[in-house]
Design a protein around this ligand. Structure first.
Ligand code: DGL
Length: 270
């Protein structure tokens, strides 16, 4: 039994961490496509090709259910994968919907028409590919009306995190928050729309100010996966071993992951 968790690199470990705490008995196979990160500067076809290849590797590891713990892949590839790539017995879930359900205070499966919600001014921080896809705004429009979303494409932040350069990542976060605030001076809520960004959550919160509610995905996705597995217990695949796979240099990726998760993590070559 194993569930796959995929990201272009280290960001999905924020989701992995939350899922492993929420569902300690479910074996998890993590796949980081570090050799090809960042995805956020690639075009949609490229992201689709890389994502499908990575998901196939997770199927080989016994995962029938794969979480795309990557907003960029969820934005650029998920719908196409669901329409034309997935066999009957496999499922791929993205990370947008649990976040938007939390923002719009909806329960899972509430398909009622879009309605007014409490927040009116929302800042979205994401990769250039996620921002240009407008996938977040599209999903939000199914559920809420009257919400003004200002998006900031946060170039460079994923690269800095992948390189383990926290000081650069923090400086970039401050400058992206400044740029956002020039367009929307008083957001009520901020969405960290990239799974790498929770590693920099304190920097986002400090730059935004304490009165801005910051939404990040890890716990929301873990809760929603718990819910999904309760409803679809057979989707826990045939694999029984937890492992960390990377297309990058396993020693280097293991060092970075150990630094972020603050416990020993050993990646092996995918
Ligand atoms: N963690 C990915 C996301 O959530 C990062 C994308 C990238 O590699 O640029 O979007």
């Amino acid at each position: 039994m194993a569930v796959g968790i995929f990201d272009s690199g280290l960001g999905g470990l924020t989701v992995y961490d939350a899922v492993s705490k929420r569902l300690p008995d479910v074996p998890l196979v993590y796949f980081g496509d570090n050799a090809h990160a960042p995805y956020g500067v690639r075009d949609a076809d490229d992201i689709y090709d890389l994502t499908t290849k990575s998901v196939e590797r997770l199927w080989d590891a016994g995962c029938d259910l794969v979480i795309l713990a990557c907003n960029t892949a969820s934005a650029a590839a998920l719908r196409r994968m669901q329409e034309s790539f997935l066999p009957e017995n496999k499922r791929v879930l993205g990370v947008f919907v649990p976040l938007i359900e939390a923002l719009t205070e909806r329960r899972w499966g509430d398909n009622s028409p879009p309605r007014e919600v409490a927040v009116k001014h929302v800042a979205l921080f994401a990769t250039p590919a996620t921002v240009s896809s407008r996938a977040f705004q599209r999903e939000l429009a199914f559920r809420a009306i009257g919400v003004d979303v200002e998006a900031q494409a946060c170039g460079g932040v994923v690269d800095a995190i992948e390189d383990g350069d926290v000081i650069l990542a923090e400086a970039l976060v401050r400058s992206h928050v400044d740029a956002l605030k020039r367009k929307m001076p008083h957001p009520e809520a901020a969405i960290l729309g990239c799974t790498h960004y929770p590693w920099m959550e304190e920097a986002f919160q400090a730059a935004l100010g304490e009165d801005v509610k910051v939404y990040s995905q890890a716990n929301l996705v873990a809760d929603s996966l718990g819910d999904y597995l309760r409803r679809h217990p057979t989707m826990i695949g045939s694999g029984t071993d937890s492992m960390f796979l990377t297309t990058g240099d396993p020693a280097r990726v293991s060092d970075r992951a150990t630094q972020f998760l603050r416990r020993k993590v050993e990646f092996i070559a995918a």
